[in-house]
Ligand binder design. Structure first.
Ligand SMILES: Cc1cc2nc3c(=O)[nH]c(=O)nc-3n(C[C@H](O)[C@H](O)[C@H](O)COP(=O)(O)O)c2cc1C
Length: 363
């Protein structure tokens, strides 16, 4: 057996996982009208041998308007559609957490209800472009959320979590990474508020903590958080990243999380420009709970980090695209298939199965 450290059981929230291999959340844009469907169910069921599946990011509000084809949980009619996903994953022996998400300023007005400006902690535009009905467009300048709207969005996370529970999910992951709304609150580059949600690191973490508490009302011990403190994605910046995240992790340490999902920098990231070195080691120092390390791992580097006590689990994103049976392949020391990146988000006019559910398991 290869990498035995990855194949010991581990407890996460109230769940006993058979291995330490998680499937990282990956947006695949196969949900027209934001509705999950049978092809998505098949995709997740194919990957049910992961110790834990975390879904692609799921919109908690129709104001989370970044990607056409991303799924939603912002109304009750999504519940039954998601149930077809959770049912087949459970039938295949797996466990699946829903990643709940609001894109905040990573949005374009043409994708927003009524063409309104995107929502953010402060009226500062993010960096990047999005596919819109008008073609590729730079992110719109957002409007600053009123204080009562901030609390309302935290409640919207809670409502989406409750729908996820009704849909049969095993837990929730709060998307606090990559420059989306929660991350926008955490960093002083995007959060210039002078109310209870801005200023000190503790105040900037308030929205995240309210979101976690709202999700815990639905899911108790089965709520995790994903963070990417090193990343400048979508224009993230912070004048004191280490201090900010030391405080955030200390606060999360008191929040009874199922886990913290921490992203290492990726090879394509601009190394000298990283906001924080070695995020997983940082997380081990500042957070006492269960850790999932993510970002650029191979079976070998994942097993080594688990062996050294540097993490409890490792999540794999890209390796799961073309290897639905990734745990079996790692266990056998088999070669990994390489994904076709041209089909990752689907190709207009082509069947959605292409490059999605058509990667075979090992012979
Ligand atoms: C196609 C694709 C879509 C992604 N979508 C999401 C997402 O919806 N939510 C999220 O938190 N991370 C997302 N990520 C980031 C992954 O979860 C993961 O952090 C990243 O791919 C690094 O892990 P890896 O090196 O094992 O791929 C995405 C990555 C890829 C490749």
């Amino acid at each position: 057996m290869y990498y035995p450290a990855l194949f010991t059981p581990v407890t996460l929230g109230t769940h006993a996982l058979p291995n330490r291999i998680a499937m990282a959340p990956m947006t695949r844009l196969r949900a027209p009208d934001a509705m999950p469907n049978a092809i998505m169910a098949e995709y997740y069921a194919q990957r049910a041998s992961a110790g834990l599946i975390v879904t692609e990011c799921i919109m908690i509000s129709d104001t989370s308007a970044a990607y056409m084809g991303a799924p939603g949980l912002y109304a009750d009619h999504f519940i039954e559609a998601w149930r077809q996903v959770t049912d087949v994953v459970h039938a295949a022996g797996g466990r699946i957490f829903a990643q709940l998400w609001h894109s905040g300023r990573v949005a374009h007005a043409s994708l927003m209800p009524g063409g309104q400006a995107p929502l953010a902690p402060s009226a500062i535009a993010g960096v990047g472009e999005l596919h819109t009905p008008l073609g590729k467009q730079p992110l719109s300048t957002p409007r600053e959320l009123a204080i009562e709207e901030v609390a309302g969005l935290a409640r919207a996370f809670g409502k989406a979590a409750d729908r996820a529970r009704q849909a049969g999910f095993d837990g929730i992951e709060i998307h606090g990474a990559f420059g989306y709304l929660v991350d926008q609150f955490l960093r002083d580059g995007s959060n210039r508020r002078i109310d209870a949600y801005g200023g000190t690191a503790r105040n900037r973490a308030r929205f995240l903590l309210e979101v976690v508490a709202a999700a815990q009302q639905a899911f108790g011990a089965n709520v995790g958080v994903k963070l990417s403190p090193a990343s400048r994605a979508h224009g993230m910046d912070d004048s004191r990243t280490a201090e900010t995240f030391a405080e955030v992790l200390a606060l999360l340490g008191d929040a009874d999380l199922a886990y913290l999902h921490m992203m290492e920098p990726l090879a394509g990231d601009d190394q000298p420009e990283l906001l924080l070195a070695a995020p997983c080691a940082f997380a081990r120092r500042h957070f006492g709970g269960t850790l999932i390390a993510n970002g650029g791992f191979s079976g070998e580097t994942a097993a080594a980090l688990v062996d050294q006590g540097g993490t409890d689990l490792v999540s794999f994103g890209q390796p799961f695209i073309a290897n639905p049976d990734l745990p079996a392949r790692l266990r056998a020391g088999a070669a990994l298939a390489v994904p076709d990146y041209s089909t990752v988000y689907g190709i207009p006019g082509q069947p959605p199965e292409q490059g999605y559910t058509d990667y075979p398991a090992m012979a």
